[in-house]
Design a protein around this ligand. Structure first.
Ligand SMILES: [Fe+2]
Length: 375
């Protein structure tokens, strides 16, 4: 009898310790917003808002529409996702444009079959999102090849005085996706600090971002209509194609360890590109964004030919670690980023039938200033 009582007391003590531990864990590890929201434009009627929290849990966006508060959750087929620290919420563009929003997340320690153990909730400050789709005077910030040089980005951007309408990340923001934090601490955190969650962001994949085990997993956060990282989008009088130039060497290159199949991917992408119709691009300005703009001879095909046939006026990319304007079948602008001896940011201004390309380095020196007429 005495032995049974000791066992019962031990079990109760163990359960109390577990409960106390769970209680302290919930109270002493508050949920935090680690990366503020980024509003991605993926070419359809919705934005995809991504943000990162310190602990896994639910994710939501909250704003007022037609006088009523609306909450949209990060869900998968009706179930609120609680397994991840990266939260993905799909929001109608027309509801977010010009509106103020907050994002939030509640820590969910355990989601059991018939109950859940939940902690506290973290919420961002209110953010006023612009996202205005202008008919003219559109200002794009075109940032490429950060390669972990975030301090230089801040310095370069301090020399741009204008307010931008959209941020285009042109790839190689980080040097590889070996793990999740490479994605959250660089691509998402950089997009958040530059855009402040106030303007839409377009993400173009660089060749370095095809590398590492997390490279295939990050695709889950970019739900484009094509299911791939190539798509089209319209932003006011800008009609754009986003291309994914993939890796920059043949599939059998030793660096890839036999673990890529870009030949098949490029074939699918090229067929998609050639299936596009010129009449679907009605914007006054027509720009292709592609990390590697050297696609006049892209693994055996000249991709500029279909781009020209579609009426596109300019190709914008990075990859070459310099700022350049290249006269070609379709002229190209290389937006710099990291270069030998420094780093530089670039912008595009679409105004009065012209496109102005500007590159400024960390010292405030104008590296390139070129305007072309497109009408
Ligand atoms: Fe690159």
């Amino acid at each position: 009898m005495k032995k049974i009582l000791i066992i019962i007391a031990s079990v109760i003590a163990f359960l109390l310790i577990v409960a106390l531990g769970a209680f302290l864990t919930l109270k002493l590890t508050p949920q935090k917003i680690k990366v503020q929201p980024v509003v991605f434009d993926m070419g359809n009627e919705n934005y995809c808002v991504l943000f990162v929290t310190s602990l896994k849990g639910s994710g939501y966006i909250k704003y007022t529409v037609n006088g009523e508060e609306k909450i949209i959750w990060d869900t998968t087929s009706g179930t609120i996702s609680t397994h991840d620290t990266v939260h993905k919420i799909i929001v109608p563009k027309e509801e977010l444009r010009g509106n103020t929003y907050v994002v939030g997340s509640q820590f969910v320690a355990y989601k059991l079959g018939y109950s859940a153990i939940k902690g506290d909730t973290a919420e961002s400050d209110p953010i006023k999102f612009r996202g205005e789709e202008k008919e003219d005077d559109i200002k794009l910030l075109t940032i490429t090849d950060i390669h972990e040089m975030e301090k230089s980005v801040k310095k370069s951007l301090s020399h741009f005085n204008e307010e931008h309408d959209m941020l285009v990340l042109l790839g190689d923001i980080t040097s590889d996706f070996g793990n999740k934090s490479r994605f959250t601490k660089h691509v998402l955190a950089d997009a958040a600090f530059i855009s402040k969650g106030e303007i839409p962001v377009v993400n173009v994949r660089g060749n370095h971002e095809t590398r590492g085990e997390y490279a295939s997993q990050m695709l889950q956060y970019f739900p484009t209509d094509t299911g791939e990282l190539y798509y089209t989008f319209d932003f006011g009088s800008l009609s754009a194609i986003v291309l994914d130039s993939g890796e920059d060497k043949e599939d059998d290159h030793v660096e890839y360890s036999g673990l890529v199949d870009f030949n098949s991917y490029r074939e699918r992408e090229y067929s998609w590109l050639t299936s596009l119709k010129a009449e679907d691009f009605t914007g006054k300005y027509k720009i292709v964004f592609c990390h590697d703009p050297g696609i006049d001879e892209h693994f055996g095909k000249n991709w500029l030919t279909p781009i020209k046939e579609l009426g596109f006026q300019l190709l914008v990319g990075g990859h070459y670690h310099k700022s350049m304007f290249i006269e070609s079948e379709v002229p190209a602008f290389v937006a710099c980023g990291k270069y030998s001896g420094g780093w530089a940011a670039s912008s595009l201004t679409l105004k009065d039938g012209t496109i102005k390309m500007l590159t400024i380095n960390t010292e405030g020196e104008v590296v390139l200033d070129k305007t072309i007429t497109v009408e």
